[in-house]
Ligand binder design. Structure first.
Ligand code: KG4
Ligand code: ZN
Length: 348
């Protein structure tokens, strides 16, 4: 089985991993969260400079931890899209250079495909067709994975992504960035039924009901803002932060679960794989697992450390393309956006 070294630098994590046959031999992640925390979000210029500093040490460490030599690596991959172009360029340039120097094939990988493949790292039997619920800081999508590299996006968010909603609500509650992990932690001591919040359904034209797969989180965010303002006015000395976190998180989990299950039933698909930073959310994990069981659907979540950005998932996606005889031209560039449907264009 092929051994793939992959580099991920699309946002605020520099990561290098070596994967063979869904086994992670090494996965080095240099997070920039501390660097961007003070700004409440990622500053692109700072991110690319930090990637430049970290990429070579990460490559060295990944190779060392794997116990392999360059001759043992069969192909080199890197995230080429979507993401911050300056950041992507750092990882892609490093990976292409390694591919040239060591005379190995190069594979450019779509970042979201990496999140889809993260569940492969915990489940050796997972293969298409399945529905992927992709919930990250930048995306909330339902994807019909029809075959290896063949995707159809059937639902997305009309406004904020799920992770973005977590980050913004955390800010309203004066909690640090990124908001997801801290809201998840505080919610453990809160009442999920403490406050009734809107789920954010999108109407179909001509009063034909609601769009089954699209989601919207801006209404929920506004409801949280109004609620927090009212509670602060009523009692300036106490804010029930834990109940607010639990109620908000439960509402998001319910909305996402409903759409993923509906998609499976409509398309006659029996498996759901979840990916992206929000896949780490404990309430979403419990809720989706128990609802799916009622419909005899299987659900796979990535191991917690592979929910947020990492190169192991990128290597895993590249491995699948490599197995099918695909590789990328060294002349492919980086782009800030690309639809998953365009993935086949990355390979020849
Ligand atoms: O996939 P990811 O690392 O980055 C993107 O590609 O966007 O996702 C980061 C997002 C952040 O918005 C963060 O708040 C959220 O994932 N997140 C969580 C949890 N852990 C991370 N959201 C909810 N619950 C969590 N436990
Ligand atoms: Zn990501």
């Amino acid at each position: 089985m092929a051994c793939i070294l992959a580099v991920e630098s699309s946002c605020d994590e520099t990561s290098v991993a070596i994967v063979t046959n869904r086994n992670v031999l090494s996965n080095v992640v240099a997070s920039q969260i501390k660097l961007h925390e003070q700004y409440g979000g990622v500053v692109p210029e700072l991110a690319s400079r930090q990637h430049l500093e970290m990429v070579n040490p990460c490559i060295d460490k990944a190779l060392e931890e794997s116990g392999l030599l360059w001759k043992d690596i069969d192909a080199i991959a890197a995230t080429v899209t979507p993401g911050l172009v300056g950041s992507l360029l750092v990882g892609v340039t490093a990976a292409k250079t390694l591919a040239m120097v060591h005379n190995k094939p190069f594979l450019g990988v779509h970042h979201l495909e990496g999140h889809i493949y993260a569940s492969y790292l915990s489940e050796p039997s997972l293969k298409p067709p399945f529905i992927c619920l992709l919930v990250s800081g930048g995306h909330t999508s339902l994807i019909h994975v029809q075959d290896s590299g063949i995707y159809k996006t059937i639902g997305s968010t009309r406004d904020d992504a799920a992770g973005e909603a977590f980050d913004k609500v955390a800010r309203l509650l004066d909690l640090p960035y990124p908001g997801g992990p801290i809201i998840d932690k505080l919610a453990k001591n809160g009442n999920p039924q403490g406050f009734k919040l809107p789920e954010g359904r999108i109407s179909l034209p001509n009063k034909q009901g609601f769009h089954p797969y699209d989601s919207s989180f801006s209404g929920l965010k506004t409801a949280m803002l109004r609620l927090i303002t009212r509670l602060k006015e009523e009692n300036p000395d106490f804010l029930p932060v834990e109940d607010l976190c639990a109620s908000f998180q439960a509402t998001v989990a319910k909305a996402l679960t409903k759409r993923a299950i509906r998609a499976c039933l409509d398309l006659n698909v029996t498996t759901i794989a979840v990916g992206g930073g929000v896949a780490a959310n404990s309430c979403l994990r419990e809720n989706l697992q128990s609802e799916a069981a009622k419909h005899n659907l299987k659900v796979y979540f990535p191991p917690l450390k592979f929910c947020t950005d990492n190169a192991a998932m990128i290597a895993c996606a590249a491995q699948e393309h490599f197995r099918l005889g695909r590789k990328s031209s060294l002349s492919i560039g980086t782009t800030s956006r690309m639809k998953l449907e365009q993935v086949p264009q990355l390979y020849n």
